[in-house]
Design a protein around this ligand. Structure first.
Ligand SMILES: Nc1ncnc2c1ncn2[C@@H]1O[C@H](COP(=O)(O)OP(=O)(O)O)[C@@H](O)[C@H]1O
Ligand SMILES: [Mg+2]
Length: 306
C-alpha cells in the first residue's frame, strides 16, 4: 500500500500521566484513504487521548504518529483534517449558520461552502434558528458541519453519537456513512458496538490503552458456524463428521453445531439429503460482535457497551 493511501499511522504511540497512568500504551494503528475506521473501546480505554495526540493537542510520551504524511499538529496537515473531539463551543444566541460563519471567517472558507455543509448534515431548514434551540442531535450535526468546512481528507470524530436519542444516533450513522465514501476517511471512536458494526470498514479495538485487535468487522466476528437439525441425528452426525472431521462437529441440545463457513451450507445440505437424511433445519449462526468485543476487552457484565 502506497504512502498516499495511508492517512494515519502510529507506531507504539504512548501517553503516560505521571508514573502510574498509562492512558495509551504502545498503540500502532493505520487508517487508510477512503475508509471509515471505527476506534472501539469502553470508557477510559484511551480513545480520546489517542485522538488528541493525532491532532497535536497533546504530545505523546513515547512512540510516533504520522498524520497525512506529517507529524501531528503540523499546520499543513491540520488544514486537511476536520475534527470533532469533545463538544464544540458554539455561541448559543447565534444561529447555526452564523456560528459556521464565525468559524469560516478565520478558516478562510467561502460562503458557498457554509451552505454546502449545512446541506450535508441536513440542517439547512433550521440554519436560521438559534443554536440554543437545537436538539442534541442537531448540535452534534452542526459540530460535524463545522469539521467539514475545510472539506477535509480526514475527519476525526470522537464519540459523535454520545448523548443522542435513537433517532439522532440513526441520523448520525447515516451521515457518517455518507461522509466516509470516496476519498475522505473517517476515524470514528465509539463505545457502542452497534454503530461501528454497521458503518465501519475496519475497526481497531482498544482496551486499557492497548490496541488488542485491528481488522475488518467480518474478521473480528470470525467465520461463525452452522446449526443443523436432521433426522436421524446420529446418522447426520456421522456423515458430517466424515465430511468435516469429528473435531468440527458438536451436538448441542439435539442439534448439530458445525464449525464451518456458512457458505458451506448448500454443500452440507446436499450431502445429507443424498444420504437419505432429512434436514429439518440448517442455518448459519454468527457470533455477535458484541460477544467478541466483551470477550476481548474482558468487560463481561459491564453495562456501558451499547
Ligand atoms: N489529563 C489527564 N490526566 C490524567 N489522566 C488522564 C488524563 N486524560 C485522560 N486520562 C486517563 O487516561 C485514560 C484514558 O482516557 P480517555 O482517553 O479519555 O479514554 P476514552 O476516551 O477511551 O474514554 C483514563 O483512565 C483517563 O482517566
Ligand atoms: Mg473519550
Amino acid at each position: 500500500m502506497s504512502e498516499r493511501d495511508i492517512l494515519v499511522e502510529t507506531r507504539d504511540l504512548t501517553k503516560r500521566y505521571g508514573s502510574r497512568i498509562v492512558a495509551v500504551d504502545r498503540v500502532s494503528l493505520t487508517v487508510r484513504r477512503g475508509e471509515v475506521y471505527g476506534f472501539l473501546g469502553p470508557n477510559g480505554a484511551g480513545k480520546t487521548t489517542t485522538m488528541r495526540m493525532l491532532l497535536g493537542l497533546i504530545r505523546p510520551s513515547l512512540g510516533a504518529a504520522s498524520v497525512l504524511g506529517r507529524s501531528p499538529g503540523h499546520p499543513e496537515s491540520l488544514t486537511r483534517i476536520g475534527a470533532l473531539v469533545e463538544s464544540p463551543a458554539f455561541y448559543p444566541y447565534l444561529s447555526g449558520r452564523d456560528n459556521l460563519r464565525v468559524i469560516a471567517r478565520y478558516a478562510g472558507v467561502s460562503k458557498e461552502r457554509i451552505a454546502e455543509v449545512l446541506d450535508l448534515v441536513d440542517l439547512t431548514d433550521r440554519a436560521r434558528d438559534k443554536f440554543a434551540t437545537y436538539s442534541s442531535g442537531m448540535k452534534q450535526r452542526l459540530g460535524v458541519a463545522a469539521a467539514l468546512l475545510k472539506d477535509p481528507e480526514l475527519l476525526i470524530l470522537d464519540e459523535p453519537t454520545n448523548g443522542l436519542d435513537p433517532a439522532g444516533v440513526a441520523d448520525m450513522r447515516d451521515l457518517i456513512r455518507s461522509l466516509g465514501s470516496g476519498e475522505r476517511s473517517v476515524l470514528l471512536s465509539s463505545h457502542m458496538l452497534g454503530e461501528v458494526e454497521q458503518i465501519c470498514d475496519r475497526v481497531g479495538v482498544i482496551s486499557r490503552g492497548r490496541l488488542i485487535a485491528e481488522s475488518t468487522v467480518e474478521e473480528l466476528r470470525g467465520k461463525g458456524a452452522l446449526l443443523v437439525d436432521a433426522k436421524p441425528l446420529n446418522r447426520a452426525r456421522e456423515r458430517v463428521e466424515q465430511l468435516l472431521g469429528a473435531e468440527r462437529v458438536e451436538v448441542l441440545d439435539g442439534t448439530l453445531r458445525l464449525d464451518a463457513d456458512p457458505a458451506a451450507a448448500g454443500r452440507i445440505n446436499r450431502e445429507l439429503v443424498g444420504a437419505n437424511i432429512e434436514v429439518t433445519e440448517l442455518r448459519p449462526v454468527e457470533r455477535k460482535l458484541e460477544e467478541v468485543f466483551l470477550e476481548m476487552t474482558d468487560q463481561k457484565g459491564e453495562s456501558y457497551v451499547g
